[in-house]
Design a protein around this ligand. Sequence first.
Ligand SMILES: NC(=O)c1ccc[n+]([C@@H]2O[C@H](COP(=O)([O-])OP(=O)(O)OC[C@H]3O[C@@H](n4cnc5c(N)ncnc54)[C@H](OP(=O)(O)O)[C@@H]3O)[C@@H](O)[C@H]2O)c1
Length: 309
Amino acid sequence: MRAIEINKFGGTDVLNLVEIPQPVISSNEVLINIFAASVNPADSKMRQGLYPTNEKFTFPYVLGRDFSGVIETCGDSVTEFKSGDPVFGVLPAGREGTYLEKLAIDADLVAHKPNSLSHNDATAIALTGLTALVAIEDNLKLMANEKILIHGGAGGVGSYAVQLAHHIGAEVITTASPINHEYLYSLGADKTIDYNTEDFDKILSNINVAFDLIGGEVHERTLNILNTGGRIAYIAPLLKNAKPPRSDIKIIRPNVNRDRAHLLRIIELYELGAVVAPETKIIPLENIREAHNLIETNHVRGKIILKIQ
Ligand SMILES: NC(=O)c1ccc[n+]([C@@H]2O[C@H](COP(=O)([O-])OP(=O)(O)OC[C@H]3O[C@@H](n4cnc5c(N)ncnc54)[C@H](OP(=O)(O)O)[C@@H]3O)[C@@H](O)[C@H]2O)c1
């Protein structure tokens, strides 16, 4: 089967299309023909060897965290799926390898994909949706009539988060470049701030909840505008010498565990029409280097999807 492998850390030139043997499944696993996988910022960071866990790597290594496809075969103890079922999912934390044609994965980490949702769109809301749901519903427990600031609204996680917060009934404020403002209003944002020319912390105050997808000094400045009892969740790195947190607010680093329950929640919200897939750019698997060059611009709107079959 075709796969994209790396044999060392480095630039996009370390990504190579190769033929590798297809996996063999255990009794609790399903073998999935992968049609689409998304390209996440983390894939690029992994490729460059930027995570501490990269020290334990053995090569060759296949990147990619989420997928959509069709079940080919099921292990003996799998009862909830059958050959031909369309499914989607996210690999367990710490495991990668969806830039390939066939994947073996624990059936518990897979959910049925409705036919109305394309494979491209299903993978576009898999890891992004899971991350936003864990942060906004499970951890921040955002409520209607609260004011939420979402940093980085136009990206993959942000596109999901803006829609989810709007669906919950919150007032949604988000930061983005002007080219993305109309897009964000179409997703349900109430106010957009151009972070290139405006200081959000001079414009905003008394924010109840923040979801920070940017980190660094943006995180520090956000702490100043939360009201007492405010909550902030962050998923991007903080400054090394981060200032001591305020004691009157809740600062959360969400633990984005994988399970079927969250995938089912993604489908429930999709079927309600509450959260749809973001804008996508579809790139064939063999053009993986183009996809990684694009994600590294840090200005992708929505999601880059690898079309695999
Ligand atoms: N911990 C976890 O479980 C987890 C899970 C998923 C993602 N993440 C991390 O979360 C971050 C966001 O992920 P993502 O997939 O949403 O990224 P993404 O899709 O690559 O985000 C791209 C977007 O970021 C926006 N952006 C760049 N700099 C900005 C700034 N200073 N202020 C506001 N917006 C800015 C750009 O908007 P404009 O073009 O409008 O400027 C662009 O639309 C990444 O660091 C990723 O690694 C963590």
